[in-house]
Design a protein around this ligand. Structure first.
Ligand code: CAA
Length: 240
């Protein structure tokens, strides 16, 4: 039986690449998305992967979304918490909304989603959870107090849940991407981005497919001894 995988923010950017890579590996994939219906419809048409719309920062919507996926595809074996946003700004200009939106969408979403699947995974004695962190959660980033705090929180969350899941066959790992060629990174002011790329030893932005293959490696059935780890995929920009 094919395993069921849920990817949050799974219709665009890094999430899209993860959804497609998992499907190519034979998983039954459900791609959650938050807002862009046109992109999601085009994604489903092109890939055959079903898209499910809800807001991952909302606990009740996450529980409903997971239930719907389970009734469509079966129990969730693999969860990839990928959905994330930026609301960059220096602290002295940042509003509470900018802070709160990023914390809720990037970090609370991990609780909302994991809470919805963890009991089933424990009962079935199998689970694979991958949380997408960030180089900026490891190293900090000017203008990203909110984002760095959320992503750093994801790294701690991962290590704590890994300890709880270990005896139940559930692995919990994080991937920490560096600067990947997606819409999110393209939104960084060009003069700032130029300086960032100059500091990447590999000399280029990463590709979403390079994150996707890392996720596939971690969720593999053979990956049972890899848990609580953070895999950095950043072109050597930050060696942690
Ligand atoms: N280090 C030190 N100083 C910096 C700096 C840096 N990294 N970046 C900017 N500054 C300085 C500027 O030189 C400028 O100084 P002066 O006034 O003395 O000239 C001052 O800070 C103000 O800079 P801005 O004019 O850029 O200020 P702003 O308020 O208009 O914008 C900002 C600030 C929103 C943080 C903007 O610089 C920005 O968007 N930076 C990019 C942040 C970033 O890297 N985000 C990552 C998004 S991608 C992502 O998050 C994915 C992932 O996981 C990697």
């Amino acid at each position: 039986m094919a395993r069921v995988a849920v990817v949050t923010g799974g219709t665009r950017g890094i999430g899209e690449a993860i959804s497609i890579a998992l499907k190519d590996k034979g998983y039954k994939v459900a791609a959650n998305y938050g807002g862009n219906d046109a992109v999601a419809a085009e994604f489903t048409k092109r890939t055959g992967i079903r898209a499910y719309k809800w807001d991952v920062s909302d606990f009740a919507q996450c529980q409903q979304g997971i239930k719907l996926i389970e009734s469509d595809l079966g129990p969730v074996d693999v969860l990839v918490n990928n959905a994330g946003i930026t609301r960059d700004g220096t602290m002295h200009k940042m509003t509470f909304e900018q802070w709160n939106q990023v914390i809720q969408t990037n970090l609370s979403s991990c609780f909302n989603m994991c809470r919805g699947v963890i009991e089933g995974m424990r009962a079935r004695k199998f689970g694979r959870i991958v949380n997408i962190g960030s180089i900026n959660g490891q190293a900090g980033q000017y203008g990203q107090v909110n984002y760095a705090a959320a992503k750093s929180g994801i790294h701690g969350f991962t290590k704590a849940l890994a300890q709880e899941g270990a005896s139940a066959g559930i692995t919990v790992n994080a991937v920490a991407p560096g600067y990947i060629d997606t819409e999110m990174v393209r939104a960084v002011p060009p003069n700032v981005l130029e300086k960032i790329v100059a500091r990447i030893p590999v000399g280029r932005l990463g590709k979403a497919s390079e994150i996707a293959r890392t996720v596939c490696f971690l969720v593999d059935d053979e990956g049972g001894f890899i848990t609580g780890s953070t895999l950095s995929v950043n072109g050597g920009q930050h060696m942690y």
